[in-house]
Design a protein. Structure first.
Length: 284
């Protein structure tokens, strides 16, 4: 009896409810498809060989070829007797094991005859088994990594840009802000009579220069503190005209809150606006 047979004789063939089972029950029924299901769990002949080696605690670097070949051929013969269609690679591995076993039975030439140590017939098989085991362990580690669709699901949510949804200004609040500007102008009123030539277009340009892209400016800051009523009216008309032409946005966070003005996102720049204005010769 070989060492493998002795070890296999000592180990129980199965455990039922924690108790070792040394012999198969007489009335045990094994379904005809059990072997087919067993073989389908392996990914190829190397997987089956690795299972047999690990199952019997064999050293992969010193494989007992006779016993391993016998174990492997028993599975192959059982599969063929059950009329299972074995893949060609299983039969090719069986032929390879028989060849290695036969070469190991032949007498090896001495080192003095060849000049170096003869090559072990099992070397190629050992190399393939070690490479396959490394790839199998790497695949198991990758399988433990969470995967989309198996361990979690990817959810995409589309949110509307907050800058596109500007709060609207209450007309009453805009009127109150305008009256506050007028009251401030009356408090700073000077008793000086002069003729002023005020241009709404010039004030529109001045307002555009005062605003910077992406920044808000309080509505009251667009009016000069020392300006008279006439200039305040023209400035207010310039703000309304710019809002009408969608060059600026007038916004308010909530009712009775301060009013702010900013450049429209898709509005033209100050230079583009100045280029579109008619010259003095065109106006005349």
């Amino acid at each position: 009896m070989t060492n493998m047979e002795a070890l296999q004789a000592e180990l129980p063939i199965a455990r039922v409810k924690g108790e070792p089972l040394a012999e198969l029950p007489v009335d045990l029924y094994i379904p005809p498809d059990a072997l087919e299901v067993f073989l389908e769990t392996f990914e190829g002949p190397l997987d089956l060989l690795l299972y047999l080696i690990r199952r019997h605690n064999l050293d992969v670097l010193d494989i007992p070829m006779a016993e391993l070949t016998r174990q492997y051929l028993s599975y192959v013969e059982a599969a063929r007797s059950s009329r299972l269609e074995l893949a060609a690679e299983y039969l090719l591995m069986a032929a390879m094991l028989i060849e290695i076993k036969s070469r190991m039975l032949l007498p090896r030439p001495s080192r003095a005859e060849e000049g170096n140590e003869p090559e072990d017939p099992r070397a190629e098989l050992v190399r393939r088994l070690l490479e396959y085991e490394q790839m199998k362990l790497a695949a198991q580690r990758l399988d433990k990594v969470p995967q989309a669709g198996r361990d979690f699901h990817v959810v995409s949510v589309t949110l509307e840009s907050a800058s596109r949804r500007m709060p609207e200004v209450n007309p009453d609040d805009l009127t109150a802000a305008w009256l506050s500007i007028l009251s401030r102008a009356k408090a700073n009123k000077h008793h000086r009579i002069s003729r002023e030539e005020l241009s709404v277009r010039e004030h529109m340009t001045r307002i555009l220069k005062a605003l910077h892209p992406g920044q808000f400016l309080e509505f009251a800051n667009l009016f000069r503190a020392e300006a008279g009523v006439a200039e305040l009216v023209v400035t207010f008309l310039a703000i309304l005209e710019l809002a009408k032409e969608t060059l600026i946005d007038v916004t308010q966070a909530e009712p009775l809150a301060p009013i702010y003005v900013r450049l429209h996102e898709e509005g033209m720049t100050v230079d583009e606006y100045a280029d579109e204005q008619p010259t003095d010769d065109q106006q005349s």
